[in-house]
Ligand binder design. Sequence first.
Ligand code: HH2
Length: 266
Amino acid sequence: MGIVNVTPDSFSDGGQFWAPGQGLDTARAIAHAEQLVAEGADILDIGGESTRPGAEPVSVQQECDRVLPVVEGLRHLGRPISVDTRRPEVMRQAIACGADMINDVNGFRDPEAFAVAVGAQCGLCVMHMQGEPQTMQDAPVYTDVVAEVTAFLMAQRDALMASGVQRERIVLDPGFGFGKTLEHNLALMRALGALSARQPILVGVSRKRMIGALMGVPSEPHERVSGSVAAALWAAAQGAQVLRVHDVRATVQALSVWRGLSGSGV
Ligand code: HH2
């Protein structure tokens, strides 16, 4: 899954498609997404709101204005398009525009978002987050992070299924860095195998702070490519079915080598 953030302030690639004084350059965002597909992305994830702590709040209208033209401009590629949003109205409009998946960092906890998910036919990514983006990294606390995150994800999956959503439409995500310390993230990474045995999972660790911490040298997000690729391989080895990444070419090539070495095909 290749990341296309059409935001001015995402932690790694914010502002990439913004022309000074003119705002979002939709054509550049679409060209970048096309490049990610050429590099081997099977799914594109379009986000119009940064969830990093301290990001600027955006209105529903702003988020739609950013995301929807990109979704429309990418339909010709014939690849599944995911929209990364917490807002029910953005979900509705994205689905009407042809989005194939809704990626909700709030895990469809909002009853209105839950209703949109149930009423749609698209794929759903249920992510775990403790707290709210503005403050989630202040002091995350768990008694047993693996048990609590797993319980939340299973409860949301079961509630969706009890409301008529087919199991095949759902992918679960522990939400790395969303209200989690490095230790919490590591415990969850080590428990991916048990989770992926129960339901397809998506892992998003690309360029995140935890990668920087594990690399052991000071780094800007764009300098964390090799660390991110190492983590992606780890996640794949634990059974993760979807890897949400900024650096598609590097990740695809590494996966290809890894599959070749492990004899699981290329
Ligand atoms: N991480 C981010 C955003 N959306 N969605 C899922 N399912 N899983 C994730 O781990 C995840 C996500 C944060 O990364 P990014 O989009 O690069 O940054 P920002 O939130 O600043 O736009």
